[in-house]
Every structure is written in structure tokens, then in C-alpha cells.
Design a protein around this ligand. Sequence first.
Ligand code: GTP
Length: 460
Amino acid sequence: MGRKNARAPGLGQSLIKNRFGKTQTGHRHAAELSAEHDAAQLNLQSVTELSSLDDFLATAELAGTEFTAERLNIHFVNNDTKGIISNDQQERIEAAQLEYQHLLGIPRRPPWTKQTTKEELEKLETESFLAWRKKLTVIQDNDDLIITPYEKNLDFWRQLWRVIERSDVIVQIVDARDPLLFRCLDLETYVTESNESKQNILLVNKADLLSSKQRSEWRSHFEQLGVNVVFWSAVLENEKLDENFDHSQLEGASSKSASCHFGALDVDDLFTREQLIDFLKSLIDKPNKVVGMVGYPNVGKSSTVNTLMGVKKAAVSATPGRTKHFQTLHIDSELCLCDCPGLVFPSFVSNKAEMVLSGILPIDQMRDHVAPVNLLGHRIPRRVIEVTYGFNISKPKEGENPDRVPTAAEILSAHALSRGFMTTHGQPDNSRSARVILKDYVNGKLLCSVPPPGVSGEEY
Ligand SMILES: Nc1nc2c(ncn2[C@@H]2O[C@H](COP(=O)(O)OP(=O)(O)OP(=O)(O)O)[C@@H](O)[C@H]2O)c(=O)[nH]1
């Protein structure tokens, strides 16, 4: 599943620098591109990671109820310690996911008319939101099912509702390494439900992290389903905005063969900025075209919006959840973007470790680093980790399976010792190393991507 990560200098280097923050001189998000933010009074603190207790109390507060006494009687357990699940568990989980799939919706804005007052609408919205959350607790009560820490702040959903209302086309941005994890099917249903003439586009960003063969597998998958899909790399297109960018790097490579190979970077089949803008315009048959940009935090919305706006950026943040409220941004007199804050949709995941590796849970707020690093050890071959960092991981002991994957402790100690990361007690600082390694995984330095359904890992 992992892929060789040898990039050629030039463009490849620029991408890497961008990815790993070597050129970071601060970050600038879509939110800074326009002064217009009519959501200034909203409570726009994203709420995703809640303990069972906080979650319970927040819901109670929203419902206007007090539950002070219950504080003493609540127990919650963390059953996610290792990050690895057995084949039997996986089968059970998949069966349960199939059974409960229909409950994984997103909240709907309740119907309203011109006669509905602001207060009435707010009350209706709160009721509908609570009913939605109640429906999701059915899933949470099933021990085999884990869902993403979906957004629990109603104001974020209000932003999404407004973006959908205003837009002619909704562009859902997903991460190319695991598009299905980030694709919210119910969002697409909601868009067409709200108005049949509205259209959905799936923008597979970070497509530079896949080979052209991998993209082609995914393209076939989505085309078979009738999904309108575009493969794109915001970072690559942003690089091209640099006036010093050497375009011959791409042109030369393109002219060599039908499929462009720039070092390990084969990008011939990706949409360029101009192509994406023209494509979006072509979908809408009216003078003022509005396109809504929606997606999970950290999928590259800010990078995409900035690039479409023609803003060259040194770097953006690798920490999810920075864009807080929706912006209206004019690309030109015809096309306007409506940039929605990053939203975690409810989606099934195998465990919390998977969410850390997918960039859904912020690494700096992670409490347990062992489980995600264990999972990383299962996804990235031992040799790739060793070559990437230039150290050796201790081999399995005599009597152990010589091919077993390294444990989190083995990977982290090797990293910490090689970097001189030590605690005040003179032990390897595994937690510091875990943050470095996990960020490298999220940023694509340690590369792993999921094949489409029906395609084996080996084939992919
Ligand atoms: N390799 C690669 N990395 C990308 C691409 N687009 C964005 N990134 C990286 O992904 C991370 C998140 O990008 P952002 O543009 O901040 O993502 P966002 O969706 O706006 O995030 P929020 O502001 O949290 O909503 C950054 O580290 C980017 O450099 C891309 O096309 N390719």
C-alpha cells in the first residue's frame, strides 16, 4: 500500500517543503481573504472531541435542561488502546456498519417561511438538531461501531445550510488517500433534495500523493457510480502561481509520454487551476455563479480556495480546524466561491487511531500516541520507515515471527534515540517522536493510501 517517496528536486522539492512546513513563514487561510463574514456573532468554536461527560452535558444545555446531579454517576471507558483490530472484529464491524449506514445522516434545516420569526426558526433548528443527535446515539450505543467525532456545534451546521442555500454547485473536497472516509453521501443527497438543479462535485484533493495508476482506479470507481469527480492538487497548482515557477519541468515531462512523470510526480491527468475554474463555470447557466466549498478540516479547502483566488501562499496550517466561518469570495465577475468552515461529518471508522492517521483528530491534542503509531507500523513497511528517517528499528527477538511489524515502542525509541529526544529522566521521549512521525504521516511524507472497493492492496 505504501509508495516510494523519492521525489525529484524542483517542483517535487517545493511540494515537499510545502507539505512539511520547511518554508512556513506563517499561514494565511481563506478566512483572511475577505472582510465579509456575516457570521461574526455566531459561536464558532468547533466541537468535535467531547468526553462522554462533556457531550452529555452539552446536549443537556442545548435542550435547556440541567443535569448537575448526574455528573457523579457517569462512567466512560477508553477501549481504544492498541489501534489494531483482528480480522474477526473487522468483519463484525463491517456488518454492523452496513446495518446502521442509513442512520449516518447530517442535520437538515427545518422548513421555514417568510412569516417565521428569527426566534421561531432558531427554536426549530435547535429541535431538529437535537433530534438528529439523538438518532446518532443509537449508533454510539452499539459497541461494534465507532463514528467520527462529528461536529456538535449547531452554528457550524447553520453555516453549511447557508452555503448550500446560496450555492448552485457544491464542491465536496476529500483527501485522495482515503476518499470514501471523507465523502459524505448524505451531504450530496441534501444538496439535490434542497433544489434539484443544484449540482454536486467531488474534488479529490492531494491527488499528487497518488500515482496516476491509483488515480485511474479511483476515477473508474467514481465514474461507475456516476459521480462527477475531479482530481486536483491545490499545493501543486499553488506552486505554479509563483512567478519563478519553472513550467518547463511539467511541459518537458508531459511531452515525453502520455503520462507525465516528474520524478515520482506524475500529474498529467490533474486539473489545472484554469481548467477547474472553467469547469465550474460550465456547470452553471447563469451570469452570477456561486460555488460552495465544503469538506472536513485539513482536506485542503483553504489551499484550494486560495489557489482558485490566485493567491500564492507560503504555507497553510497542518492542524485541522482553522477556517471558522463561511466566506464569499469573488474569483471574477462571473464566479463566486462560498467557503464553508471545515466540518467533521458523521462517518464510520474502525477506531480512534485511524482518525489520528487520517488527520481528523489533531495530533497535538492526542492523548494516546501508542495506538496510532501501532497502526502506522501496520500500514508503512518497516524498511520505508527506516529509510525515511535513517535509523534501524530493533529486529524481532529470537523465537518471534521475523516478519512481524514493529511495535509503536520500537519505532518511537528508534526515532527518539536517533534524534536525541530524551525526557528529563534520560529515557527516549516517545511522545515527542510520536508527534513528529504522525505529522509526517498526515502530511504524506510517510505515504499510504486506501484502494477503492474491489481493488486489492497488492494490485493498487
Ligand atoms: N500533498 C498535498 N498537501 C496538501 C494539498 N492541499 C493541502 N495540503 C496540505 O494539507 C494541509 C491542510 O491544508 P489546508 O488548506 O489548511 O486545509 P483546510 O481544509 O483549509 O483546513 P481547515 O482550515 O482546518 O479547514 C496543509 O498541510 C497543506 O499543505 C495538496 O494538494 N497536496
